[in-house]
Design a protein around this ligand. Structure first.
Ligand code: F6R
Length: 234
C-alpha cells in the first residue's frame, strides 16, 4: 500500500485525477467508480478536463436496493449528475436497485465484472472501515451481493435524504472478492471522521472487522488522504 498525504482534499483529488489520467493514457479502459462525497472533486477535475472516455467503460460499486435508477437519490442519478452527463463513457454499468430476483441480479453483475475486468477502481471508505458496502464482518470470498447496511452507514448517508427513514436499508454491492480483482485500486479518504478507519486499514491487522484492511494484501493500491484523515497514522 502506498500512502500519500496532502494538506487539502482538493490537492489529493488533483493527484487522484493525475493517476486517473495516467491510467487512461496507459491504455486502461475499464474504470470502477464510487459515489458519495469523497470522489466529487475528482469527478469535477475529470469533467473539466479534455479527457476522452468515449471508448471507456464504467462499473459502479453499488446501488441502493429499492431505488429506481431515475430516483433522485439513486447512485445511478448521482453518477449522471456528477460525471456521465458531462463526460460520456462508451458504456456504464451499475446494479439494478429494483431487481427483486436477488440471485439473478448478483449473477448478472458478476458476469458484467467478469466481462469487463477493472483496470482502475476508485474507492472511498466508510467510518466503520467499509469499502463498497462491505460492512464489518463481510466475507472476503463474496462477489456482488445484497447487503444489509450497518446503522452507522444509514446514519452517515441520511444527509442525502429528507428523513433518515427514507434511507434504504439494503444495497447491492460488489463484494471484497470482486474489488480485489481490480488491477489497480485508488482509495481516497478525507476529513477527521475517517482518521480511525484509515489507521485501521493501513496499520491494523487484516480482519473482517475492518473490511478495507484486506487491501493490504493487494499489490497495487494507492491511498490518498488529506491531513485530517491521515492524522492518526504513525
Ligand atoms: C460509495 C461506496 C461507499 C463510500 C463510503 C464513503 O459508492 O461504495 O463505500 O465510498 O461510504 O462515503 P463518503 O464518500 O460519502 O464519505
Amino acid at each position: 500500500m502506498e500512502i500519500e498525504i496532502f494538506s487539502t482534499k482538493k490537492e489529493a483529488s488533483k493527484r487522484a485525477f493525475d493517476i486517473f489520467s495516467e491510467a487512461l493514457a496507459d491504455g486502461a479502459t475499464v474504470f470502477g467508480l464510487a459515489t458519495g462525497s469523497t470522489p466529487v472533486d475528482l469527478y469535477d477535475y475529470i469533467t473539466a478536463s479534455d479527457l476522452d472516455f468515449s471508448q471507456a467503460t464504467a462499473l459502479n460499486l453499488d446501488e441502493y436496493y429499492g431505488l429506481a435508477a431515475d430516483h433522485p437519490q439513486s447512485y445511478a442519478t448521482f453518477m449522471k449528475e456528477n460525471l456521465f452527463n458531462q463526460k460520456p463513457f462508451k458504456e456504464t454499468f451499475i446494479p439494478n436497485g429494483l431487481a427483486t430476483d436477488v440471485t439473478a441480479e448478483e449473477n448478472r453483475y458478476n458476469e458484467v465484472i467478469a466481462a469487463h475486468p477493472i483496470d482502475l477502481q476508485i474507492l472511498g471508505i466508510g467510518q466503520n472501515g467499509h469499502i463498497g458496502f462491505n460492512e464489518p464482518g463481510a466475507s472476503r470470498d463474496v462477489e456482488t451481493h445484497l447487503v444489509e447496511l450497518a446503522p452507522s452507514t444509514i446514519e452517515a448517508n441520511a444527509r442525502f435524504f429528507d428523513h433518515i427513514e427514507d434511507v434504504p436499508t439494503k444495497a447491492y454491492s460488489m463484494g471484497l472478492a470482486s474489488i480485489m480483482k481490480s488491477k489497480k485500486i485508488l482509495l481516497l479518504a478525507f476529513g477527521e471522521a475517517k482518521a480511525d478507519a484509515v489507521k485501521a486499514m493501513v496499520e491494523g491487522p487484516i480482519t473482517p472487522d475492518v473490511p478495507a484492511s484486506i487491501l493490504q494484501e493487494h499489490d497495487n493500491v494507492i491511498v490518498l488522504v488529506d491531513d485530517a484523515a491521515g492524522s492518526k497514522l504513525l
